[in-house]
Structures are given as C-alpha cells and as structure tokens.
Design a protein around this ligand. Structure first.
Ligand code: SF4
Ligand code: SF3
Length: 542
C-alpha cells in the first residue's frame, strides 16, 4: 500500500496506527503535507528565536503570537484550508529570514532554521513524522510537539484577551526547537515532555486568569437546550473573545446567538448573561455537527477546532475565524486587539428561518474552581460524612468512535455516592443523563472547556490542603479521561507534572506512544488504558 501521508496525532487515527491515505478527520494528503511543512518551518523559526533569547535579544510578543497560531492551525480539525496554510508557511519563512539576520552565530542552528524555501511539496515529503527513524525518539518528539500544540491553543486564547506570559512562549519555542536536536537522548526528551506539563499548568493558569478577569468567575448556571423563535447564529469552538464580539454586534439586530459543543461553558460566565439574545446551547459535541448544523438552519461560526468537513447543504452557512479554516467557507479576519466584523453572519442570519429544536430542557454547569471552592464546606462535609465516597474525573474530549459509549455506560454505572468532575466536550457523553445530586451537589460537576481542566487541578490541590494530605494521590479522586486531539495531550502532561498517578486514558492509548515510551508512562505514572465498564468500575470505585 502506498503511503501518501502519515499522521497519528489524534485518537481516531486509522487502525490505531496512523492515517496514510487520507485522514479519518477528512484531512487530505496535500493538507497533511502542508501542515507537516508548517510545523517544520515553525520549529526552525523557534530555533532562531531561542538562539536570539540566548544571545540576549528580546523576541517581540507579536512573533510569539505568530508561532502559537501556526501550531494551533495544525491541531486536529482546526484548519483544512491548504492555501491558507501555504500562506502561513511563506510568512513564517519571511519572519525567519528577518530574525535570522539578527542571530550572531547562525552556524550552530539546525537545518530547519536555515532552510529558506524552495519546492514546498518536495521538502514536506522529507520532514514529516517518519523522518525521525528511531521510534522512541520519534514518539517523544511527537508527544512534546502535540503537547506544545495544545499549549499553543490555550496561549492563543489568552493572547486574544491581551494576556501574555513570555516564559511560556520562550519555553514553547525552546522545546519545539529541541525536537530538531539529534543530540538529545530519550531520557532528556522524556524530561522535556514532563517540563512541557509544567508549562501546560502555567499556560492554563494564564488563560484561566485572562478568562475570569475579562468575564468573571463561572457560576452555577442552568443552560437552556431548546430554541427561541428568531433566527440565530451558532458559535462553536473555544474562543470566548470571538463570542463576546459577536454578542455585542448582534444586540438589537433581531438575531439570537447559540453555543455549540465547547462553547457551552460561555453561559457560565457572568459577563455573557447580560445579553438578552444569548439563548442557550444547541446540540452536542463536535462530531454530531453534520446533523446539527443542518438542522440549525442559520450561519455557524467556528472559532477553533473541531470542524467536520461540511456537507454541501450547509457549507455556505459555515464561517471560520482565528486558527480555523475550511476551503470555500468565508473566513472572518482579525488579529489580537482588533475588532472582528461579523456583519456578514448577522445579515446571513436575517435571511434564515429560526433553528429547528433538537431537544428541550436545561443542563447545569459552572463548577469551575471559584464556584466549587465557594461550596467547599458543603463538599468537605459530604466527603467527611461519607455521602461522597469518590470523585471521578472524566474530563477530555468526545469523538465519533462507537467505543466511546463506554463513557456513558461508565457514568451510568457509577455508584450513587460518587461525583463526576468534568471539563471539555467529553461531558456530552453523560451531561444529559439524570444522575441526580448528593445533598444538593449535582453528581456531574462541569468546570467548563477542556482548558478548564486546570480548574479541576486547582480543586484537587485545595482539597489536598483542606484534608492535610501530603500526596495528591491520597485524595478520594480517580481519573478516567477520554482524549481525542492535542489539547488533551497538554492536559495529560499537566496532570503528570502535578504528580497525578494511575490515570486511565481511553478509548485507546495514543498511537504515537512507542512501546518503550508507553512503558515509561505505565511504570512511572501508572497510566492505563480502559477495560470493560464492569472491570473499570471495580478497579476505580470499589
Ligand atoms: Fe488521522 Fe487524526 Fe491525523 Fe486526522 S488528525 S489525519 S484523523 S491522525
Ligand atoms: Fe472537544 Fe475538539 Fe477536544 Fe476542547 S472540541 S475538547 S475534541
């Protein structure tokens, strides 16, 4: 079989080994090659900026933003627009050229830092994942690169709210550059992967602060899952700043705004509650968008991943912005600090019928760290009295694999004295089940988006302090995490950095973990896959 591409960065990779002809996600070999080359030149640019810092030359925040956006563009389901990716490769080469001219000792830099363009397709064929021959080094390089992609995504959202952390950017670029360094051993790369987790915590803390400073602390909120009678715009992805601008611009237009998938937690923030046209959440996790976008009937704004290649029936209603892109769909431009013009979506919505109701009722969420800590006495009492026996962290991603029904069954099978802590789109596997409450504490506590997994760590650290424990693993908390794309990789590395052990990861372990690298994770951190629902209920909560 001829290999046209090679990508194994997400959980749905073909045959649990790698997409070689076309992506399960819909990524074509051409776009895969363009993404490989974008990652390569971004690593080269990062080697240049890392050298500049080492020589005492400051790197502009704007360069940091450019690098994070490049990585974000290559995250699973973010951008399928080959032309836009090629333009970013050209812009990256141009920036690299300018910065390279400032480096005092360019000869020490790796080839990627000095490559100045040429035949893109030919170069792409030599720089992909398989260009690293040793499978353990390849595995560690990709583990780091995917973690950095996740970190880049979270940094980008913080940057959009004018929050920066030069330390995070400097690390991100140093670590990216290190994946080009053939002198690094497997042990050194393993240490770098764990250091990536440290900066993952710092990056998520930056975003948490940026979000809560801009929009307030999430609070317990009941979110409508029905529809109103006006035309609407559906917003998906993770970028709260885009949502805010859209809400401002739709005031008084007669157009409603709904969230989809990872945008649901926007409803938990006080700042968004003042908009009367912010109606509710429509639909479920990303992978159901073909039916749900069809039924919605109005324009849809994808602010980030996850995009499912659209059906022709609604493709003209799909708009992208930021890192997201799809060929043939209108892209709304706008850089950090600029106001984006969403008038095209608003005018489009006015020509559309109101959305078709998919369901009715409410779901409850808003249990980020401040809200849970406000309830700390109640929670601690419930743990001390035995009313809550265990917390089960079920954060992460959802996906289309049938095997993910495991998570619905697992949630249903949990004993009544357990509470699920969740974040990310994984929640859609059980957030509409009626699992009840324990003395007024709901049995599913949704902290927010995948990046709000940070909140779950803050809650765990606080409980550790309250109970006077030395080890986070002595808490009555177990982890059964579902992953799909690279943001989940940074969340995992962050949890490992915080010392969390015995995480169960599913529905399959990452294909990019070589047997030796997987063994290190199993031996050092007790990472395990999932088994049957019955077995895992026994292992985790009995
Ligand atoms: Fe395959 Fe996932 Fe890569 Fe898409 S992102 S090509 S599904 S491994
Ligand atoms: Fe979901 Fe794509 Fe990962 Fe943010 S939207 S969690 S999969």
């Amino acid at each position: 079989m001829q290999t046209k591409m090679f990508c194994y960065q997400c959980q749905e990779t073909a045959g649990c080994t790698g997409c070689t002809r076309v992506g399960v996600c819909g990524k074509t070999p051409e776009v895969a090659a363009q993404q490989d080359l974008l990652v390569y030149v971004t690593k080269g640019l990062s080697a240049v900026t890392t050298q500049l810092r080492a020589e005492g030359t400051a790197v502009a925040a704007e360069v940091n933003h450019f690098i994070t956006l490049n990585l974000f563009v290559t995250i699973t389901n973010a951008n399928f627009d080959g032309q836009a990716i090629t333009e970013r490769i050209e812009q990256t080469l141009q920036r690299k050229r300018e910065l390279l001219a400032q480096v005092k000792t360019p000869d020490t830099l790796p080839e990627a830092a000095r490559w100045d363009g040429g035949d893109f397709a030919a170069k792409a064929a030599t720089v992909g994942v398989l260009s690293t021959e040793n499978e353990d080094i390849r595995s560690l390089r990709e583990l780091i690169t995917y973690g950095l992609k996740g970190l880049a995504a979270y940094s980008k959202h913080a940057n959009a709210l004018l929050a920066d952390d030069e330390e995070v950017d400097a690390f991100l670029q140093r670590a990216l550059a290190a994946t080009l360094d053939d002198s690094l051993t497997a042990d050194q790369l393993t240490a770098l992967a764990l250091e990536t987790g440290k900066y993952g915590v710092q990056g998520m803390a930056l975003l948490d602060k940026a979000n809560t400073t801009a929009f307030g602390n999430p609070e317990i909120t009941r979110v409508n899952i029905g529809v109103g009678d006006k035309p609407g715009i559906l917003v998906s992805g993770h970028d709260l700043r885009d949502l805010e601008q859209l809400l401002i611009q739709t005031q008084g237009t007669g157009v409603d705004v709904y969230t989809h998938s990872e945008m649901l937690p926007a409803h938990y923030y006080p700042a968004f509650k003042k908009y009367p046209n912010f109606i509710g959440n429509y639909g479920n996790a990303w992978w159901k968008q073909k039916e749900e976008f069809e039924a919605f009937g109005g324009p849809i704004l994808l602010t980030t991943n996850c995009i499912v290649p659209p059906k022709d029936s609604y493709k003209d209603r799909l708009y992208t912005t930021g890192a997201a892109g799809y060929p043939g769909c209108t892209h709304i431009p706008g850089d950090i600090g600029e106001t984006k013009d969403f008038s095209a979506l608003i005018e489009h919505a006015k020509r559309c019928a109101p959305p078709k109701a998919l369901e009715q009722g409410e779901i409850v969420g808003g249990f980020a760290h401040a809200q849970v800590l406000a309830l700390a006495d109640k929670v601690v009492d419930a743990v001390r009295s035995g009313a809550i026996r265990k917390f089960v962290v079920m954060a992460g991603c959802d996906g289309r694999a049938k095997s993910r029904e495991y998570y619905t069954e697992f949630a249903k099978g949990l004993p009544k004295d357990t509470v699920i802590l969740t974040a990310g789109c994984a929640k859609y596997k059980y957030n509409k089940l009626d699992l009840g409450d324990i003395g007024g504490i709901p049995r599913v506590l949704d902290a927010g988006q995948c990046n709000d997994s940070y909140s779950l760590a803050v809650i765990a650290l606080k409980l550790k302090e309250v109970f006077g424990l030395d080890d986070i693993n002595d808490l009555p908390i177990v982890y059964n995490i579902a992953w799909y794309e690279q943001k989940a990789v940074i969340v995992l590395l962050a949890l490992l950095y915080l010392g969390v052990k015995n995480i169960h990861l599913g529905p399959t372990l990452p294909a990019f973990l070589s047997p030796n690298v997987a063994k290190v994770l199993v031996d050092t951190f007790g990472i395990a896959g999932i088994g049957t629902v019955e077995e895992d209920l026994k292992t985790l909560v009995q």
